[in-house]
Design a protein around this ligand. Structure first.
Ligand code: DGL
Length: 269
């Protein structure tokens, strides 16, 4: 039993899809969330820059006495985690491995699609993780750079979003996949748009949610779950304006953010 909080971060709001699952399956856990809203998106940046940002995000979270860190960001998990995983004495988990495992468990025809940011698709970590478990899987990746700005601005179900989604997904539809990884933690907010286009026979894997479940398994195995009867507490930090965070963040969490949101200077870490 360990009462210390879990640290979770993302380039912006997307990681809240992971926190939403933590709230559901580990309601007693305290969470410290950092959204790097001043530097979002990460997905259009070089690996060196993403690694620099991720090191700073981790250093900030480690100013709290946390028991584990979840990189609730497909981009940071793909472009930085493999290079920095050994640097921290605190366990750091990403979204790629759990999503790859969930996709392999879900697919019947071994044809799997991956949607992600430009960096996520470029570094191919979903592909290599899936291939490690299922070498004969056929994997089709698609970068969807417009999705993050649409979601960050609340356009989760607008006509514009549907037009862009069709543009991205039409070619994916022709591949005959039966499983599609939403490889960026912002994309679960577009689940209904993506689901409508892909059809009900395609299983959508929510990378944020499966990462939360993998964290549960890790904490459970190491006897680090909080296990108290008290509800978890949540603290939110951002690197830019706190104004829209609560409104938009509530959409991601599917419940209102009542806690105060604090702004930090991430470049100082
Ligand atoms: N939520 C991030 C991800 O999972 C957003 C990407 C970005 O900042 O470009 O990839």
């Amino acid at each position: 039993m360990d009462k210390r909080p879990i640290g979770v971060f993302d380039s912006g709001l997307g990681g809240l899809t992971c926190v939403r699952e933590i709230m559901k399956i580990m309601p007693n856990e305290d969470v410290i969330y950092f959204g790097d809203t001043g530097r979002v998106p990460y997905g259009t940046r070089s690996r060196d820059t993403i690694i620099k940002y991720v090191r700073q995000d981790i250093r900030f979270l480690k100013t709290f006495d946390i028991k584990a860190i979840i990189i609730a960001c497909g981009t940071a998990s793909s472009a930085a985690l493999p290079w920095i995983a050994d640097e921290s004495d605190t366990k750091v988990m990403g979204v790629v491995e759990p999503a790859a495992r969930a996709a392999v468990a879900a697919t019947k025809n071994k044809r799997i699609g991956v949607l992600g940011t430009g960096a996520t698709i470029k570094y191919g970590k979903y592909v290599s993780n899936i291939k490690d478990i299922c070498p004969d899987a056929e994997i089709f990746g698609k970068a969807c750079p417009m999705f993050v700005p649409l979601v960050e601005n609340g356009y989760t179900d607008s006509e514009a979003t549907r037009i862009i989604a069709r543009e991205y997904l039409d070619e994916m539809k022709e591949k005959g996949i039966d499983t599609l990884i939403l490889g960026c933690t912002h994309y679960p907010l577009l689940k209904s748009v993506i689901g409508d286009i892909m059809g009900k026979d395609v299983t959508l894997i929510d990378s944020g949610a499966v990462a939360a479940r993998a964290a549960y398994d890790f904490l459970n195995e190491k006897n680090l779950l909080s296990e108290g009867s008290e509800d978890g507490t949540y603290r939110y930090f951002v690197s830019d304006s706190v104004e829209d965070f609560s409104t938009l963040g509530s959409m991601f969490l599917d419940r209102p953010i009542k806690e105060s949101v604090e702004k930090i200077e991430i470049e100082g870490f």
